[in-house]
Ligand binder design. Structure first.
Ligand code: SAH
Length: 395
């Protein structure tokens, strides 16, 4: 028998809509003594069974639901979830020629706290919740059974684990240690991924569709690729025959990979520059020096980690987008993104509008972007939508 969690009257509503979180304030009482990450049954105030999930005694999100069915959470359960997720990815992988994709997008794939990215034959796991940690052995066993050709590596070096009472951890879970460079392919572009040392699990897979969408804007153009990481939009710009691409990032190791990625794809390196600089500073320097571009790509890291940071984040987004507009030639294109989940589409659009006013430019939104389909959004979990972007025609 699992320990039991009984909800305050009325607090069952979100679970009935299949939202997978139970907050601590919604709990009336707990029967039994669930340990960190242990599976518990959740009941409404009248004792009707609702779901079963993982108990997180240290987090405001006290229970994360594994399932709304009466089933055991064991190796078979994880195999089933993996199979469902793989079905969706198979279609994408075939369509876009992918050897790297997000296999499991946590809550959005019915596995709260678990992210798994596949790079060639390496599966890279990020376990963010107590429940994910408690079921690590089951998960790894299911992965080995389903993907006998793959090695499994853990990149749980993320600070949110503290909220769950967990330490950061990285290391091999099965098979081989990933080499410094694992080469994946997407849309005909080869990308070297540093699984053990790169950001997150090694690469920003979520921007794949936006990178491909950028290709049509760059033919013969002078492109500024801000926050380039390991090349990303810059590689696609070279694929799209840009006349010149200036890639900017604060990370020297990321820029080194960006350059070798361009080389590996056989692109003309004389068209590409790799600039180690702070985008905020560099844009001002470009503006003051009268530099101008046909296309500016603006794909910054997440500025808002919490609601308290949202106002500051808005200022940051407005600032860089205003600067980008100021250095765009008349009729130039701004491709701009926000991966802050706390900022919705409408707010981001408003920020771009404010930036246009400050830059004294008029702007038309001509295309909208979202995270790629291997980062799905479950209808019960709207929080899964975090990445948004616009192509803007800047007059
Ligand atoms: N566009 C990339 C992903 C960008 S991730 C792709 O398609 O793969 C965000 C990047 O911004 C990281 O590489 C990080 O090193 C860089 N970064 C963060 N702050 C920065 C700053 N102030 N100036 C320049 N780069 C910055």
């Amino acid at each position: 028998m699992n320990p039991s969690v009984y909800l305050v009257k009325g607090r069952e509503k979100s679970l009935r809509r299949r939202h997978p979180w139970v907050f601590s304030r919604g709990i009336q009482r707990v029967e039994g003594k669930p340990s960190l990450g242990q599976t518990v049954d959740v009941y409404d105030h009248q004792g009707q069974w609702l779901a079963c999930g993982a108990f997180s005694p240290n987090s405001q999100i006290r229970v994360r639901v594994w399932t709304f069915e009466q089933e055991e959470v064991n190796v078979e359960f994880f195999k089933k979830r993996l199979k469902e997720a793989q079905g969706l990815r198979d279609v994408l992988a075939a369509r876009d020629g992918l050897t790297g994709y997000r296999l499991i997008a946590a809550e959005s794939d019915g596995l709260p706290g678990i992210t798994i990215d596949r790079y060639e034959n390496f599966l890279v796991c990020q376990l963010l919740s107590a429940g994910a940690e408690a079921h690590k052995d089951n998960l790894v066993e299911a992965l080995i059974a389903q993907y006998p050709e793959c090695s499994i590596y853990e990149r749980s070096d993320v600070s949110v684990r503290k909220k769950e009472g967990l330490k950061e951890r990285t290391g091999v879970l099965h098979g081989e240690l990933p080499p410094a460079s694992v080469v994946i392919e997407e849309n005909g572009v080869k990308i070297s991924v540093d699984i053990t040392g790169g950001h997150k699990t090694g690469f920003y897979l979520d921007q794949r569709d936006s990178r491909e969408a950028a290709v049509k804007y760059v033919n013969g153009k002078r492109v500024l690729n801000c926050f380039c990481y390991t090349g990303g939009f810059g590689l696609y710009s070279l694929k799209g025959n840009a006349a010149e691409v200036i890639n900017v990032d604060v990370s020297r190791p990321a820029l080194d990979i960006a350059k070798s990625n361009a080389e590996m794809n056989g692109y003309d390196l004389s068209k590409a520059q790799f600039v180690n600089a702070d985008v905020f500073k560099l844009l001002r320097e470009y503006r003051d020096a009268g530099e101008s571009f046909d296309v500016v790509i603006m794909d910054p890291p997440k500025f808002a980690e919490s609601k308290a940071q949202l106002t500051g984040a808005c200022r940051g987004y407005k600032d860089i987008n205003m600067l980008a507009m100021q250095i765009l030639k008349p009729g130039g294109k701004l491709l701009t993104y926000s991966c802050s989940g706390l900022m919705d589409n409408a707010l981001f659009q408003k920020i771009i509008a404010d930036a246009a006013l400050d830059a004294n430019r008029s702007v038309q939104f001509i295309e909208r972007f979202e995270q790629a389909a291997d980062h799905p959004i479950d209808s019960s979990y709207p929080e899964g939508f975090y990445l948004k972007g616009f192509a803007c025609h800047v007059k």
